[in-house]
Design a protein. Structure first.
Length: 792
C-alpha cells in the first residue's frame, strides 16, 4: 500500500472548514429566527453544533468553532452599533465563552457517560440533560460579562439576557447535539429497511404534525401538547435517526410561529413568550431522547437475544457433533470390546471342549481305578468352574453392552422349580443343612419364562445361601398370585447363615465385590449378584436383600410372568451317562470341524453309543461328503477356513437331495447373534461348545426321533460311588391300564404323583416301582418317560 500523507491532513482541514461554515450558518439562521428578528434566538443551534463536533472529531476542532463564533457574534454587533472595537471585544468574549462551554460539556460527557453511551438508556439521557443544563451556563456568563464590559447591555438587562442566553444554548444542545450524533455515526443496531407501508405511515405522521402544528403555531390554539404523542410515535416506529429529526421539525414550526407572533405561546411580553417556547422545546427534546433511549435499549436487547440465540444454536450444533463423535467412538470401543470378548471366549472354550468332552467320555466309557475316577471328576469339576467363570464374564459383558435378551418359552412351572431345588437340595444335604422349598399357594402350571435366566438367578441366590450358611437351613419360598392373564410371583431365598453387615450390603451387588470370610470368597467370583440383579431387572423386578449380621439373610424379588396353556415339559435335569445306545438302524453322523480335538470329542462320545461318525475338516469337505454319503445328521462348527459353517449350511439347504438333512451348529462363540445367524443359514439347532454330552444327546433324540437304550444298573452303581451293586430283580411291568395312567404323568413331569402311584403298586411290580422311585428321586424325567414307554 502506498502511503498518502496529505490525505488525513486534507481531511482534517476540510472538516475544520466545514465545522466553521456550519457553525456560522447556524448562527446566521438563528439571527433570522430571533424574537424579535435579530434579537434573541430561542434555540441557539450553534451551541449544539459546537458540542456535537467536539464529541465527534475531538477537542482539536475548537479553533474552527472559536473563529466562526467570533465572526458570527462580532459582525452583527459591529453592523448594528457601528462600534468595531467594542464589537470585536464583545464577540471575542462570546467566542471564548462558546468554546469553553462546548469543551466543558464534551469533557464532562466523555468522562462521566462516555461518548457512545449518551443515549444508551434513560438514566444516561437524564445525566446528559443535567450536565448540559450546567455547562451551558459558561457561555452566557462570559458572553454577558463581555457585553456588559463594552457597554452593550446594562446592569438591569444582565440577568434577563443571561437567562434567555442560557435557555437558548440549552435548547440548542438538547435538539441539535443528539441529531448530529445519531446521524453522524453508524447505527449500533440495525435499522430495519423501510417498506412502502412505513413510508405511508411517515407521510401520515408528517401530515398530522403539520395539522396540529398549524393549529398550535399558526392559529394559536393551545393544542401543542398533541404533538407529544406524535413525537413518541416517531421514536417508537421510525427508528432513532428519524426520531431525532422530529423535535427539530416541531421546534422549527414553533419558532417560526413565535417569530410571526401567531403561536399559542405568544404572550404580551417577550420574556413570557420565550419562556413558554423554550420550556416546550426542552420538554419535547428530553421526552424524545428518553423514548429514543428506551427504543435503543429494546433494540439492543433484541439484538442480544438474536445473538444469544445464534450462539446457542452454534453451541448446540457443536455439542451435538461432539456427542455424536463420542457416541461413535464409544460404539466402536464397545464393538471392539464385544469382539474381543467373543474371540477370547471362543479361544478359551475350544480347549475347554477337549477337557470337558474327554472328562465325560472317560467317565462314561473307561474302566478307571478309584483315583482315576476321582481325577477325572476333578478335571470335570475344574473345567466346569472355568466354564462358569467365562459364562459369567460374558453375561456381564452382554449386560453392559445391552445385548442380554430374555428368551421366554412356555414351561411347566412346578417341574422347573423341582428341577432347580433338586440341584440345590443335594448341595445343602452334602453340607448338612436343611433345605426347604415351599409354595404359599397352588403353583401355576403353564408359565412363559426364560428358564435359563430364572434358574441362573435362583441357583445363584440359593447357592449363596448354602455357601454362606454353616448351620441351620436354607429356604426357598414361592408366593404365586394370579392377576388376570399373568401371575405375580415373589421368590424369597432365606438362610440362617453368617449374614451381611449394613456396610457390606452396599457393595455386594457390584461386580467382583466379595465381602466377609476370605475362605468362602475363593469359591466364587463375586459376579453372581451383579448378574442376578440385572436379570431380575430385565424381567421387570428388583432384587432386594434383608440381613441381620450373624443371624441370616433373605434375598427376594417379584416378577410378573404370563400364564400359558400350551406348555411343553421342561426339565434341565438329565441322566448322567446312563444311555448305552438306541433302538433301530445304525445312524450316520457327519462332524465338520477344523480342529481335530473337537471332532474327536464327538466321535468318542457318539461311537460307543452305536453311531457311525464320519469327519470333515472344513465346509467344502463337509459339503462334498454330505452329497456323497447323505448322513442322517450333520454337526458343524461355524468358523472354519475355506468354506465356513454358515456357507456350508446355506449350500446344503439349496441342494434338493440333501436339503432335508438335520444339522446342528456347534460353536464356542455363544453370542446370540451367531446363534441366530446359524439358524438363519439353515441349522436346526445350536449347541454351544464345550459340548455338553446330555445336551448333544437330547438334540440327537429330537432330530433323529431316537429311543435311547438305558443301562440303569450302571447308573445305580455310579450313583452309589463304589457301594456294592444291588441285586437286580427282573422287572415285571404293571398292566397296560396302569401304564397308560403313569405315562402322561411322566410326560407332564409330575414326579410326586408318579411316586404316589408307584407306592400304591402291587408287590409283584416291586422292581418296576423301585425303578420309578429311583428315577423320580433323581428327577430323571426323560428316563422315566422312556422307562415307562418301553412297556407300553
Ligand atoms: P460370589 O461368587 O462371591 O458368591 P456374589 O456376587 O454371588 O459372588 O456375592 C457377592 C458377595 O455377597 C459374596 O462374596 C458374599 O460376601 C456376599 N453374599 C452373597 N450372598 C450372601 C448370603 N446369603 N449370606 C452372606 N453373604 C452373602
Amino acid at each position: 500500500m502506498v502511503a498518502n500523507p496529505s490525505h488525513p491532513r486534507l481531511r482534517s482541514v476540510s472538516i475544520a472548514i466545514a465545522v466553521a461554515i456550519a457553525y456560522y450558518s447556524a448562527a446566521k439562521l438563528g439571527q433570522y429566527l430571533a424574537i424579535p428578528p435579530g434579537f434573541i434566538t430561542p434555540v441557539y443551534a450553534p451551541s449544539g453544533i459546537a458540542l456535537a463536533t467536539l464529541l465527534l472529531f475531538g477537542n482539536g476542532i475548537w479553533p474552527s468553532i472559536f473563529l466562526a463564533a467570533w465572526v458570527a457574534a462580532a459582525w452583527p454587533l459591529a453592523v448594528s452599533t457601528g462600534l468595531l472595537t467594542a464589537s470585536l471585544i464583545a464577540g471575542l468574549g462570546i467566542a471564548i465563552g462558546s468554546v469553553l462551554q462546548a469543551l466543558t460539556g464534551a469533557i464532562l460527557l466523555r468522562q462521566l457517560i462516555g461518548r457512545d453511551q449518551l443515549f444508551y438508556n434513560a438514566p444516561n439521557v437524564f445525566q446528559f440533560t443535567l450536565i448540559e443544563l450546567l455547562s451551558c451556563m459558561v457561555s452566557p456568563t462570559i458572553g454577558c460579562i463581555s457585553m456588559y464590559g463594552v457597554g452593550f447591555i446594562d446592569g438591569a438587562e444582565f440577568a434577563n439576557s443571561w437567562f434567555t442566553f442560557w435557555l437558548g444554548d440549552t435548547a440548542g444542545v438538547l435538539i441539535i447535539t443528539p441529531l448530529i450524533l445519531i446521524w453522524g455515526r453508524p447505527q449500533p443496531v440495525i435499522e430495519h429497511s423501510r417498506h412502502q407501508a412505513q413510508i405511508l405511515e411517515m407521510v401520515l405522521w408528517l401530515l398530522l404534525v403539520l395539522g396540529f402544528g398549524w393549529l398550535a403555531f399558526v392559529w394559536a390554539y393551545a393544542v401543542e401538547y398533541l404533538l407529544l404523542p406524535l413525537l413518541m410515535w416517531a421514536a417508537l416506529r421510525f427508528g432513532p435517526r428519524w426520531a431525532a429529526i422530529a423535535p427539530l421539525i416541531v421546534t422549527g414550526f414553533a419558532v417560526i410561529g413565535a417569530v410571526h407572533e401567531t403561536s399559542s405561546f405568544n404572550r404580551a411580553t417577550l420574556n413570557e413568550t420565550l419562556l413558554l417556547l423554550q420550556a416546550f422545546i426542552a420538554v419535547i427534546a428530553i421526552t424524545t431522547l428518553v423514548v429514543v433511549a428506551v427504543v435503543l435499549e429494546r433494540q439492543r436487547a433484541e439484538a442480544a437475544l438474536l445473538n444469544a440465540k445464534a450462539n446457542l444454536e452454534t453451541k448446540v450444533e457443536e455439542r451435538t457433533a461432539q456427542l455424536r463423535a463420542s457416541k461413535e467412538a464409544a460404539e466402536i470401543a464397545n464393538k471392539a470390546k464385544s469382539e474381543f470378548l467373543a474371540n477370547m471366549s471362543h479361544e478359551l472354550r475350544t480347549p475347554l471342549n477337549g477337557i470337558l468332552g474327554y472328562a465325560q467320555i472317560l467317565r462314561a466309557s473307561e474302566p478307571l481305578s478309584d483315583r482315576g475316577q476321582k481325577g477325572v471328576a476333578i478335571i470335570h469339576q475344574c473345567g466346569n468352574h472355568l466354564l462358569n467363570l467365562i459364562n459369567d464374564i460374558l453375561d456381564l459383558a452382554k449386560i453392559e453392552a445391552r445385548k442380554l435378551d430374555l428368551h421366554p418359552t412356555s414351561i411347566f412351572f412346578p417341574a422347573f422349580l423341582e428341577g432347580v431345588t433338586e440341584m440345590c437340595r443335594v448341595r445343602a444335604e452334602q453340607k448338612g443343612l436343611e433345605f426347604t422349598y415351599l409354595a404359599t399357594a397352588p403353583l401355576p402350571e403353564g408359565i412363559a419364562l426364560d428358564e435359563k435366566r430364572l434358574s441362573q438367578v435362583l441357583l445363584n441366590l440359593i447357592g449363596n445361601g448354602i455357601k454362606f450358611t454353616d448351620h441351620g437351613s436354607v429356604t426357598l419360598r414361592v408366593h404365586p398370585q394370579r392377576q388376570g392373564d399373568h401371575y405375580r410371583i415373589r421368590f424369597d431365598v432365606e438362610d440362617t447363615g453368617i449374614g451381611i453387615t449394613p456396610e457390606q450390603l452396599e457393595k455386594i451387588f457390584l461386580p467382583f465385590e466379595q465381602v466377609g470370610d476370605l475362605r468362602k470368597q475363593t469359591e466364587g467370583t463375586g459376579l453372581g449378584l451383579a448378574i442376578s440383579t440385572q436379570i431380575v431387572e430385565l424381567m421387570g423386578g428388583k432384587l432386594a436383600v434383608k440381613s441381620d449380621y450373624g443371624q441370616g439373610t433373605t434375598f427376594s424379588f417379584e416378577v410378573d410372568l404370563p400364564a400359558v396353556e400350551a406348555w411343553t415339559q421342561a426339565s434341565r435335569i438329565s441322566n448322567n451317562g446312563t444311555i448305552t445306545g438306541y433302538s433301530g438302524r445304525k445312524r450316520r453322523i457327519l462332524v465338520v470341524d477344523d480342529r481335530w480335538e473337537n471332532r474327536s470329542v464327538i466321535v468318542n462320545l457318539l461311537t460307543p453309543l452305536g453311531f457311525d461318525v464320519i469327519e470333515a475338516q472344513d465346509g467344502s469337505e463337509g459339503l462334498r461328503i454330505t452329497q456323497l454319503v447323505k448322513p442322517d445328521l450333520i454337526i458343524t462348527d461355524l468358523m472354519m477356513p475355506k468354506l465356513d459353517g454358515y456357507e456350508m449350511l446355506r449350500a446344503i439347504r439349496q441342494k434338493p437331495d440333501v436339503q432335508h438333512i438335520p444339522a446342528i451348529a456347534s460353536s464356542a462363540s455363544i453370542f446370540e447373534s451367531n446363534q441366530h445367524e446359524s439358524i438363519e443359514a439353515g441349522a436346526n439347532s445350536f449347541l454351544p461348545k464345550p459340548v455338553d454330552a446330555i445336551a448333544l444327546l437330547e438334540l440327537l433324540k429330537k432330530h433323529l426321533a431316537l429311543h435311547w437304550v438305558y443301562d440303569y444298573t450302571a447308573l445305580d452303581a455310579n450313583a452309589a460311588q463304589g457301594a456294592p451293586p444291588e441285586e437286580t430283580i427282573e422287572i415285571i411291568p404293571p398292566p397296560a391300564a396302569v401304564l397308560e395312567k403313569l405315562y402322561p404323568l411322566a410326560m407332564q413331569g409330575r414326579v410326586k404323583a408318579l411316586q404316589t402311584e408307584a407306592k400304591a403298586l402291587d408287590i409283584t411290580y416291586i422292581a418296576f416301582a423301585q425303578q420309578i422311585q429311583t428315577l423320580a428321586q433323581r428327577f430323571e424325567i426323560e428316563a422315566l418317560q422312556v422307562f415307562i414307554a418301553q412297556y407300553l
